[in-house]
Design a binder for this molecule. Structure first.
Ligand code: GLN
Length: 488
């Protein structure tokens, strides 16, 4: 049995039944890392072989003769490198945090650790999660497992590539404007961005705090349901986390969509969209009809302003959040400076990459006196309209189905010199963050160039159960999820 190919649900089953040990699992994934990781570069910090094996032996010893496992015990899970892991480097893909070792765990990590999960490594990302291709990482790009000449998407490109290439059983990512869903689409895996407030952000290094949310990247929908259950819920350390009960998401999964109303927003089928993407998404909508969903066209009229609003709000929040990297308390500090001011300036000049600097400048400008109302204020007003569009639409439909990205993955280097083109990759994912609603992406096709295409299913706030149900029914009725990259 190739253990690395199994999803979380199946690997859990094997381990709980005792057919495989933690050591066998760790060894299988360790081998996979040795042979496949050099081609993909999904990780910034893969866990060392000795550490993995020592962990696994500890688990096996603990279970000897008394098999009482916890759901994530021995499960090799990859973590995006902007989520703090106590004692393990957390770089955010930036020189400025190149040697930063957090003294505490993010809440999501504490929850995984309470179940004795196996940290298989910290995954690559665009610097501070700013980007759509993972090319903005200070440590080099990650490659798409379907074709190494292409980007894996971003910013959680390392996590998505690691799941697609069987370099972990599941992963966590973060999503501020599409960073879980867009790489999931590019790599042909399942990406879930929960409702804002569903999952604690404590210990997630802040990019744009009103948009950031941690979520899951998995091999299938069932695995997303399992992992979300573990990380979701109120956390006293994050006052924006919602005090709502966390349902058993597995119970929500059904093989049909009977009684579900599906909205298809006309504004999401724009010119400039790759015909293969449109065809795949239209076919998925037909499939949903067969699954007994009631499909209707809807309108989200403010969609066309989403990118403009996002690229004011997100950089504004980033410029404020990133002010803390001054070389004084932690992270990189420039040497040979003369005086404090020069030290600040050189530290930031040498420590941040071009895209991060661009965002800090844009954000600082948008927030500055005299421009605040015209830029930041206006963007916030547009954000309210976008939120209202969704509220109106959800009066008549349960879920909204859209493409995830206008094209399949593009080639490495294709958009690095044109930030606006790069920003346009986020056109279908960004309004979801601005509205704070949940969305899941599932594979719905493969292009003629053999690159995956993803379907996005958006839900009402805190109705992750419904989007997971729709995604599961669709996934079970089709075989896109079983198509895997060829990585021999
Ligand atoms: N691509 C978007 C950006 O560059 C989204 C990033 C994200 O979701 N973290 O801001």
């Amino acid at each position: 049995m190739s253990l690395h190919r199994l999803g979380l649900f199946d690997l859990q089953n094997e381990f709980t039944r005792g057919t495989v040990s933690a050591t066998e699992i760790a060894t299988a994934f360790q081998k996979r890392l040795t042979f496949v990781e050099p081609k993909i570069k999904a990780y910034i910090t893969p866990t060392k072989k000795e550490t993995l094996l020592a962990y696994a032996e500890g688990v096996d010893r603990q279970l000897r003769g008394w098999r009482k496992t916890m759901p994530l015990m021995a499960m090799p899970i990859a973590i995006k490198d902007n989520i703090c892991t106590e004692g393990v480097k957390t770089t955010c893909g930036s020189r400025i945090l190149e040697n930063f070792v957090p003294p505490y765990d993010a809440t999501v990590i504490a929850r995984l650790r309470a179940q004795q999960y196996c940290l298989i490594g910290k995954t690559n990302l665009d610097e501070f999660a700013m980007g759509s291709s993972t090319e903005n990482s200070a440590f080099g790009p990650t490659r798409n497992p379907w074709n190494p000449a292409y980007i894996p998407g971003g910013s959680s490109g390392g996590s998505a590539a690691a799941v697609a290439a069987d370099l972990c059983v599941a992963a966590l990512g973060s999503d501020t404007g599409g960073s879980i869903r867009q790489p999931a689409a590019c790599c042909g895996v399942v990406g879930l961005k929960p409702t804002y407030g569903r999952v604690s952000r404590y210990g997630l290094v802040a990019f744009a705090s009103s948009l950031d949310q941690i979520g899951t990247i998995t091999k299938d929908v069932r695995d997303a349901a399992i992992l979300l259950k573990v990380i979701a819920g109120r956390d006293p350390l994050d006052s924006t986390s919602a005090d709502l009960e966390v349902p058993d998401y597995m119970k929500a999964l059904k093989e049909n969509m009977r009684g579900m109303k599906v909205g298809v927003p006309k504004e999401f089928f724009t010119e400039g969209m790759d015909p293969e993407v449109e065809e795949a998404v239209r076919a998925a909508i037909e499939e949903m009809k067969k699954l007994k969903a009631e499909v209707q066209e809807i309108s989200l009229p403010t969609t066309q302003y989403a990118i403009a609003a996002y690229y004011l709000i997100a950089p504004s929040e980033a410029s404020s959040n990133l002010a803390r990297y001054d070389g004084v308390r932690y992270g990189f500090r420039a040497t040979k400076e003369k005086g404090l001011l020069e030290m600040y300036m050189r530290t930031r000049q040498e420590g941040f990459g071009a895209e991060v600097k661009r965002r800090i400048m844009l954000g600082t400008y948008a927030l500055s006196a005299g421009y605040y109302e015209a830029y930041y204020g206006k963007a916030q007003a547009v954000r309210t309209l976008i939120k209202r569009d969704f509220e109106d639409a959800f009066k008549t439909v349960d879920v909204i189905v859209t493409p995830t990205m206008p094209t399949p993955a593009f080639k490495l280097g294709e958009k690095t010199h044109d930030p606006l083109q790069m920003y346009l990759s986020d056109i279908f994912t960004i309004s979801v963050n601005l509205a704070g609603v949940p969305a899941v992406v599932v594979p719905c096709g493969v292009s003629s160039k053999k690159l995956p295409i993803g379907l996005q299913i958006i839900g009402r706030p805190f109705e992750e159960e419904k989007i997971l149900r729709a995604a599961y029914a669709y996934e079970q009725a089709t075989n896109w999820q079983r198509k895997r990259p060829n990585l021999t």
